[in-house]
Design a protein around this ligand. Structure first.
Ligand SMILES: *Cc1c(COP(=O)(O)O)cnc(C)c1O
Length: 222
């Protein structure tokens, strides 16, 4: 059986996604290649095609993949897009250029300590639980402003924008619009939203970063 994502090479799929993003947004949204649970060979293919911005959702897996590899690519940008435990804050700060999943005061404190200790100063996005889903991480809409103040005023975290993962069973558009509105209200310019199934829609709603895994690489390993 031929799946739509294996008919073309990774670099062809990347070119198509970049063209889609160009058509949907101005300035063109940045493609974040989500490399979690993808093979080394696929990641090397996309590096060879020129991709330099990557998203990973686990600190340890990302360390294993990138700790050495990143030395070969001076312009590489690594973004943490998965939930972060406070006890991994130091490792996360040491490895990632951007942490997209800031979502609670306790984590702000841990990151602040980790930054002091390592001397690293990544950028941060606040993950917002736009659907108020009980099991999903992300700060609630009601607590967003307080968390932003806490991170930037009480602690010197450089928060540049917001990130969301809309509920799987709802149209994503209203969630993208809401995230854009809340970012504008806080004067923040970076919006990480949209994945394989809806990156073009997210770009049309003002995403500056779309996080695409399977549409780019093909299915993930278990
Ligand atoms: C895995 C993941 C993605 C990519 O998902 P695809 O559907 O494979 O594009 C995007 N964002 C987050 C937060 C993820 O964990």
């Amino acid at each position: 059986m031929t799946s739509p994502t294996t008919e073309f090479s990774i670099s062809q799929r990347r070119a198509q996604i970049l063209a889609d993003l160009k058509a949907a947004s101005n300035p063109t949204a940045t493609l974040v290649a989500v490399s979690k649970r993808q093979s080394e060979a696929r990641v090397q293919d996309i590096l060879d095609a020129g991709q330099r911005v990557f998203g990973e959702n686990r600190v340890q897996e990302a360390q294993g993949r990138w700790a050495d590899l990143r030395n070969n690519y001076a312009d590489l940008e690594l973004r943490l897009i998965g939930g972060l435990q406070s006890n991994k804050a130091e490792d996360a700060v040491a490895l990632f250029d951007v942490i997209e999943t800031l979502d609670r005061p306790k984590l702000v404190k841990a990151l602040s300590v980790a930054m002091e200790k390592t001397g690293k100063t990544p950028d941060f996005l606040i993950q917002v639980n736009t659907g108020n889903e009980a099991q999903k991480s992300g700060v609630s809409l009601g607590k967003l402003d307080d968390l932003y103040q806490f991170a930037t005023q009480e602690h010197a975290l450089n928060v540049t924008g917001l990130m969301c993962i809309p509920p799987a069973d709802e149209p994503a558009g209203p969630h993208f619009a809401l995230l854009a509105k809340r970012a504008a209200g806080l004067g923040l310019s970076v919006l990480s939203m949209g994945m394989s199934s809806d990156y073009a829609l997210a770009a049309a709603f003002g995403a500056t970063h779309v996080r695409v895994g399977t549409a780019l690489f093909g299915p993930r390993e278990e």
